[in-house]
Design a protein around this ligand. Structure first.
Ligand SMILES: Nc1ncnc2c1ncn2[C@@H]1O[C@H](COP(=O)(O)OP(=O)(O)OP(=O)(O)O)[C@@H](O)[C@H]1O
Length: 259
């Protein structure tokens, strides 16, 4: 029990003086931040401040962009994720990602959910079915789709597609889930469902999400980070950040004075 509490209090993710360059352009100016296990953290800030860029550093998605270079350090658990020995495929299993636009593959719902397992070589049909059901239940979409698992995922609504995409991430048992504005393409009811889902998931996962929606950050996030022009201005408990921020820039942003 005490051990559990101790583990939950420890930082799971720690970036130190992280700088990221697109060619010569320095998009992140030395970000130092720590995220604890089983918390939801929101990254907020005006357009172009570096939220998505920082988020993508956590599973090395920026590796896919030409001319990106990074200095500083990010450690997840015990792993220095930019060390040459780090296995990026394993890292991306550990740190799953959900994007702004629901992006199901043009396959059946079942094939979408078990995609990562099949790529990893899993062939046992019973195992694949079990993981599919578990993941869809965890993503709170099982009841909607259990009778049409072999129909195309593209036939679902945007909100349902997004939950199937979350199930696809959950199927490979990540520890950390990154979400880049996961509800900005969705209607308010689907948005509520995703927010409820995130709250139910934090018992098992550590969640970091970019959002432009301040109400969303205050509804779901334990911690909020405010970015401005490539700097991390403030990172604190969400309630503190919204009621009594330390920095004038944070106050100006959350009260709608810019951005
Ligand atoms: N692939 C890229 N190549 C060059 N510059 C980029 C690239 N992606 C982002 N940038 C630049 O890096 C800076 C940070 O961009 P980023 O997308 O991380 O901001 P953001 O806060 O997520 O913005 P938004 O809220 O609009 O999504 C911006 O100046 C942007 O123009």
């Amino acid at each position: 029990m005490y051990q559990d509490i101790l583990v939950k209090k420890m930082a799971l993710i720690k970036s130190t003086d992280l700088k990221l360059y697109y060619g010569k352009f320095e998009a992140l100016h030395g970000i130092s931040i720590e995220f604890k296990k089983n918390q939801i953290s929101a990254l907020i800030g005006p357009s172009g401040c570096g939220k998505s860029t920082y988020l993508r550093t956590l599973n090395r998605m920026n590796d896919l962009i030409p001319n990106v270079s990074i200095t500083g350090e990010t450690v997840i658990g015990e792993t220095d994720i930019y060390a040459p020995s780090t296995n990026v495929t394993e890292l991306r299993k550990r740190v799953g990602m959900v994007f702004q636009q629901p992006n199901p593959f043009p396959f059946s719902i079942f094939e979408n959910v078990v995609y990562g397992l099949k790529i990893a070589g899993e062939k046992d049909k019973a195992k694949l079915e079990e993981v599919c059901e578990r993941s869809l239940k965890e993503a709170a979409i099982w009841d909607d789709v259990k009778d049409k698992l072999h129909s195309s995922a593209l036939g679902l609504s945007g909100g349902q597609q997004q939950r199937v995409c979350i199930a696809r991430v959950l199927a490979v048992k990540p520890e950390i889930i990154l979400l880049d504005e996961p509800t900005s393409a969705l209607d308010p009811i689907s948005t509520n469902k995703i927010e409820d889902l995130l709250l139910s998931m934090k018992e098992h996962y550590t969640i970091i999400m970019v959002t432009h929606n301040m109400h969303q950050a205050s509804r779901v996030a334990d911690m909020t980070a405010f970015f401005l022009q490539g700097n991390l201005i403030e990172f604190d408990k969400t309630t503190k950040m919204f009621l009594n921020p330390e920095h004038q820039e944070t106050q100006d942003y959350i009260s709608g004075r810019f951005g």
